[in-house]
Write a protein that binds this ligand. Structure first.
Ligand code: NG1
Length: 436
């Protein structure tokens, strides 16, 4: 049975105690194009979606956090605020609250502002989890915004995007900053081009006839599970690929996004980078001694899918070509050319699958079904390894795409109709102070 949606008013009513409260909202996101580029310092082009996490909160007089979720699958949690909050076991939902709180304690201390108060927090989420729709970041951002509201401290949205992006690494993923920036800075009806290091954003209007269908593969892309090692592996392969290029070309670059003349590098990649490298080959390839290599690229405690073996050429090829596709996609959107945008999304999916190794046969199947039903283009969205695809569809074609997906994919699997959604570009997070 479907549970009735919980209203923000009911969430406020569920708070213990009396007096003023705050109500925070943060949306999930669908990345239109620019996958696995953010942590490389290269651009992304997501939309925030009309599915959000709501958090109501009221201040406590002590340093305790009392956390509860309307979904009984997420059990209540309590912890004490500190500059180093011990993490709950991997996958525990409280870790996203802890991540935000620990980061805010650090930030407020750095600014010489009085500490972060304890509080009661009541949470309701409508972003499908483990679907590549950034539900974890929506939870972290909504909890963090609510907590700042309790502390009565204001920080700019851009500052918060950077603080919360770093904060999410608390859960052990070497993640980039796309999700938190989208949740905080997106604008209603528009896509957001985001550049990193330093963070910069610019809205990109979306033509009225464009619609977005998100279809879940029914494979959970759980970054607290196996996907974390695979995600971190890609981050490390890119960093190593960059280090090899730095040595081969005699240039300075901290990450792939710093490389000069990426088009020329892309054209010559077969000569510049080996396809693969074992760990033993890395000192010769990078010119770095083993201990420096370890410290910079393979720190202890970072979970990797295969710590002895790295793909270099294909990973770098995906990232550099994907960055060029983001720029072309922004131009296509501004020109209202949905056909061109769709073709770029298709190319992005092929690159994610063949070069980056983050697609699955089911994601490929969903992309093919959406294309066959008339979508302009379709691609996996988010980290991959399961999760969802996004299809760019003309408004008049949405029904046909949904019917095809239901008939060919969801009905035979007896899946819930919530497995596929039509999403619209929504505004970023909000915070409201509710008088007592
Ligand atoms: P999802 O799909 O929400 O887990 C992850 C990263 C992003 C980005 C994409 C791939 C987190 C919180 N988010 O998103 O920063 O790197 O993968 O483009 O890890």
């Amino acid at each position: 049975m479907r549970r009735a949606p919980v209203t923000p008013a009911a969430l406020l009513d569920a708070l213990p105690g009396h007096g003023p409260a705050v109500l925070a909202r943060a949306p999930g996101r669908v990345n239109l194009i620019g996958e696995h580029t953010d942590y490389n310092g290269l651009p992304v082009l997501p939309i925030a979606i009309d599915r959000d996490v709501w958090v109501a909160a009221r201040r406590r007089d002590d340093q305790q956090v009392d956390l509860a979720n309307v979904d009984p699958a997420f059990e209540p949690r309590r912890y004490v605020i500190a500059s180093h909050v011990p993490a709950s076991p991997p996958g525990d939902w409280a870790n996203y609250h802890k991540a935000a709180a620990q980061a805010l304690v650090g930030e407020l201390t750095r600014r010489g502002v009085a500490g972060l108060p304890g509080g009661a927090f009541r949470v309701a989420g409508r972003v499908p989890a483990a679907a590549g729709l950034a539900s974890s970041s929506a939870l972290l951002v909504a909890c963090g915004l609510a907590h700042l509201g309790l502390a009565a401290v204001e920080l700019s949205r851009s500052e918060l995007a950077e603080i919360f992006a770093r904060a999410e690494r608390y859960v052990g993923t070497l993640s980039g900053g796309m999700d938190q920036a989208t949740a905080l800075l997106a604008r209603d009806g528009e896509a957001l081009r985001i550049d990193f290091f330093p963070l910069r954003t610019r809205p990109v209007p979306i033509p009225a006839e464009a619609a977005f269908v998100v279809a879940h593969s029914l494979e959970r892309a759980e970054k607290s599970g196996a996907a974390r090692g695979h995600y971190n592996q890609r981050v490390t392969e890119c960093a190593l690929g960059c280090a090899v290029l730095v040595r081969r070309l005699g240039i300075a670059a901290a990450r792939l996004g710093d490389l000069p003349a990426p088009h020329a590098i892309l054209a010559d990649l077969d000569h510049l980078l080996p396809e693969e490298a074992g760990r033993a080959a890395l000192p010769a390839l990078t010119g770095l001694a083993g201990d420096e290599l370890g410290r910079r690229f393979l720190p202890a405690g970072t979970e990797l899918a295969d710590p002895d073996h790295f793909h270099l050429r294909t990973r770098v090829r995906h990232v550099l070509s994907e960055a060029a596709r983001v720029t072309a996609a922004e131009e296509a959107l501004r020109a209202g050319d949905l056909r061109a945008l769709g073709a770029l999304m298709d190319a992005s999916h092929r690159s994610c699958a063949a070069d980056y190794g983050v697609s699955t046969p089911v994601l490929d199947q969903l992309v093919a079904l959406a294309r066959a039903a008339g979508a302009f283009g379709a691609r996996l969205t988010g980290a991959g390894f399961g999760g969802a695809v996004v299809a760019l569809v003309e408004r008049g074609t949405v029904e046909r795409v949904i019917e095809t997906l239901d008939r060919e994919f969801y009905a035979p699997r007896a899946a819930s109709s919530e497995a596929r959604l039509v999403v619209r570009p929504a505004a970023g997070a909000s915070l409201e102070h509710v008088p007592g």
